[in-house]
Design a binder for this molecule. Structure first.
Ligand code: C2E
Ligand code: CA
Ligand code: CA
Ligand code: CA
Length: 275
């Protein structure tokens, strides 16, 4: 029994070491992947729920790894945040997305995610505006999604960055609303133009009465604050119908398809007969 205890301990050490090694590999891989443009934008359709028409896309990062295939952001965004690489990664994603979307129908908007860490960079607004200018993508077609605002330890700086972005005509959305990190207080802290209801509530609206009550309350809050609402995580037509009835102006989710590569967005737009 003593022996097996020791073995287990040794095994545990080994597995931790492997995990650490895997993480280090991912980190050095990521550092090289950004300048090689292996971190690319994918595009998730955002639908205008009143007309049923395509209104734009949310930009989602993907790592096109040369040997491992497509890697999802949950695997590398946290590492990028911890190491400070998120700043370069984010601007690279924006640059690629703007270059691609500039030629699409001018009615189509882009929503990009920024990490709360980036709101500690006093030059963030200038950097984003520079990418807009260099690519020729209009600021009026850009929306920025912010989440996990618990990290606004420097609220004054975040407010000044957001002020500079809004002065250019860029819109601001509060992401993942209703979850721990995104709450009522944040609505007062920054001048948001839109609320995004977290997908965990939307996906379960038909099966869970608490979710239904929460979605209901958020849409009424949006009404009284005059903030339009996007629902994410719409997986079937019955969910879409309920959200439309509640007055959500935009929806996105697997009902409309999985996030698309640039090439597949082009195909989609060609099929629809725009661009
Ligand atoms: P998010 O901003 O909440 O993005 C929505 C996520 O929900 C995406 O996952 C999307 O693929 C997924 N999703 C959309 N519709 C449905 C649906 O109907 N059902 C289900 N089950 N899921 C759906 P993804 O692409 O894996 O992104 C995960 C998170 O990574 C994002 O959550 C966002 O917080 C972060 N992220 C992605 N790209 C970037 C980026 O460029 N910068 C930063 N800072 N964060 C990013
Ligand atoms: Ca988002
Ligand atoms: Ca979200
Ligand atoms: Ca999220």
């Amino acid at each position: 029994a003593k022996n097996s205890g020791r073995n287990r301990y040794a095994w545990f050490d080994l597995s931790m070491e492997r995990e650490l090694q895997a993480r280090n590999e991912l980190e050095s891989g990521l550092r090289a992947a950004i300048p090689r443009l292996e971190i690319v934008p994918y595009f998730e359709q955002q639908i205008d729920l009143t007309t049923g028409r395509l209104g734009g896309f949310e930009v989602l990062a993907r790592w096109e790894h040369p040997t491992r295939g497509l890697i999802v952001p949950d695997k590398f965004i946290p590492i990028a945040e911890e190491t400070g690489m998120i700043a370069d990664l984010s601007l690279s994603i924006m640059r690629q997305a703007f270059v691609a979307a500039k030629d699409w129908d001018p009615g189509l908007s882009l929503s990009v995610n920024i990490s709360p860490w980036q709101l500690k960079d006093a030059w963030l607004a200038q950097k984003i505006i520079k990418v807009l200018t260099e690519t020729g993508f209009p600021a009026s077609r850009l929306e920025i999604e912010i989440t996990e605002s618990s990290l606004f330890d420097n609220l004054a700086l975040a407010q000044s960055i957001v002020g500079s972005l809004k002065n250019q005509g860029i819109r601001l959305a509060l992401d993942d609303f209703g979850t721990g990190y995104s709450s009522l207080a944040h609505l007062r802290a920054l001048p948001f133009d839109r609320i995004k209801i977290d997908k965990s509530f939307v996906m379960s609206i038909n099966d869970n009465s608490e979710s239904a009550a929460i979605v209901n309350a958020i849409t009424r809050l949006g009404d009284s604050l005059n903030l339009p609402i996007t629902a994410e995580g719409i997986e079937d037509a019955s969910i879409e119908e309920r959200l439309r009835a509640l007055g959500c102006s935009k929806g996105q989710g697997y009902l409309y398809g999985r996030p698309l590569s640039v090439a597949n967005v082009r195909r989609l737009l060609a099929e629809k007969g725009c661009c």
